[in-house]
Design a protein around this ligand. Sequence first.
Ligand code: FEO
Ligand code: CA
Ligand code: CA
Ligand code: CA
Length: 709
Amino acid sequence: MSRDVEDHRIHNNSHNVPFGDIVERHLSRRQILRGGLGMAALSMMGGFGLAGTQRALAQGKTPLALAFEAVQGSRTDAIVVPGGYRAQVLIPWGTPLNARAKDWAGDLAMTPEQQANSVGMHHDGMHAFPLDPESASRRFLLALNNEYIDQQALWAPQGGPTQPEGVRPADEVRTEINAHGVTIVEIRRQDDGSWMHVADSPYNRRLTTATPMLLSGPVAGSDYVRTRYATDGRRARGTNNNCANGYTPWGTYLTCEENWPEVFVNTGERFPDDARLGLPTDRGRYGWETAAGDGEQDDEFARFDVTPGSGEATDDYRNEARTFGYVVEIDPYTQATATKRTALGRFRHEGCWPGPVRAGEPLTFYTGHDSRNEYIYKFVSAAKWEPADAPEPGNEADRLAIGSKYLDEGTLYAARFDEDGRGEWLALTPDARTPSGETLAAALGLAADDAAGIIIHTCDAADLMGATPMDRPEWSSVDPVSGEVYFTLTNNAKRTADGTEATFTNGGAAVDEVGSGYATAPTNAANPVADNESGHIIRWREQPDNRFAWEIFVFGSDADAETNRSGLTRSNQFASPDGLWYDERGDGQGILWFQTDNSDNVVADYTNDQLLAVVPGALSAETGAGSVVGAGNQDGLKRFAVGPNGCEVTGIFATPDRTSLFINIQHPGNWPADGDALTQDATRAASGQVRPRAATVAIWKEDGGQVGV
Ligand code: FEO
Ligand code: CA
Ligand code: CA
Ligand code: CA
């Protein structure tokens, strides 16, 4: 999301050794390894094993290679893709999803009804769900996050929002609420290779920040989430700031609530978790709470003011914000009520990505908290995977009941990255022992069996267990063959030079005080860059006994920087990696795609946000030096696409046959070119000023071949 609305301040006051410290130490160790320890070092480092390319060669198969010509940086109001590729605008904001919405026009006045029946604003994470296996590459349901809103574009025909700093009109607030959330829309490929949405598909659906949802898992039914609306603590209204996403083996979509604290306000005494997560104390981001009063229905606006009243919790909305901050499961094939899976933790969730799916083993989901010096988490299901639980695409099945089996019971862990290239998953259970020997429940001041309290205070629990504060965890993706996990760490202006002390929020409160977090944190091995402006990508492989072996995959940088640790050139310089997808292509090989959300630096002066690709190698068998700092594994990193001015490039998947790749363009400044058309050439620039619209972009090869190779 754009920097004027995102809030990645540090709300983490813990004493944990920051990842930056660990990385510098780790780097020097890696440099020693590169000096000749070779295969011995490789196994010492955890046995990352042979690269896919090496595996392919060993099997006499053709190694995967990126066959497109890298595009140069661009700063125009258009998409740039390599020669031989087409790029098409698809389902821009406001595209009608049924007959209740009017046709889009550049001067269309948005209303609550119109917005509830058309594509939401500011596309982010997304995933495709086929309707049947045979046509999966030509027809599918697209589930799409609509992260936040651009009020100027939303209210362009009337010149902007009414009283943005004062009392907001009810219908404007309803419209803004309906522009958030998730869009489900059927998509089909046409004979000429282009794509279109199915305007009258019965699957088309919106879920907004007002849609009724269920709470499940440890928090459901607890005192933490009882409100005047849901006195039973089992229901919630809406999902908000849905950033990245995930999906399950049983065909459901996971949408993740990231910057939701900002839509609330608490002008009274805040809970520790309100303070840690950054709830505003004067006004919600859009002042939705100001529309409360005569004319509202069922406290639809009053609920955004979570200031405690003088009565019981069920008399007011003090707990409303505690019904947000979760991973939400949606069945894209039905109208079933979406369910917030609280077992996966409560924080500013970026996304939620599945690990390898193996019969008879628990399922694993990786998830991260995108704020400075916050943590990476892993959820491991209690139930072991049974392949019979994966229904055929599109058939009748109670997918959310399957979701309850795997996502409501399990163990949530936070990651500690050690300086020796190893790490440990720290269980966040009431009876876990903190480094000081207390139970986690006691350290948090909770009852001994308060599993719900652990989830409500997930970040504090991770502090107390000694997790490593990271450089803003964004997207993850898992190579399903090797099991290697990739994670983008986008940037961190509050990472201080090695040797400096961490500082804490809440006026110097120590990290083991609930509700505090790191305001600044010194560098560590896994976050080794002070004032990390350009970010990096880390990866690891799981090991037995909740251990893992990690390394840094690539560092962002501008090509001319003195500290260009990964040897980037103008053809692949990047900063602030964010979206990421490991695109498995068979033979154990794949393309790692990643996207950027960058601004205000040398790379931004050279190019708009972009999509890059690389065929990842594994630890170098020759040197054991891995991919850290110019070891050569990233020599093949190439820029594949550049977005229009002002945008962020985010969200990614491809058709199963890999002949079309889909990305999202979020918050463009003056794009797409034709303000009235629903589908159009994404590479064309407007001749004047248009009402900007976030949109999905479909990219395919003119010769019909696989994208990227
Ligand atoms: Fe919504 Fe962390 O990006
Ligand atoms: Ca952004
Ligand atoms: Ca993001
Ligand atoms: Ca971002």
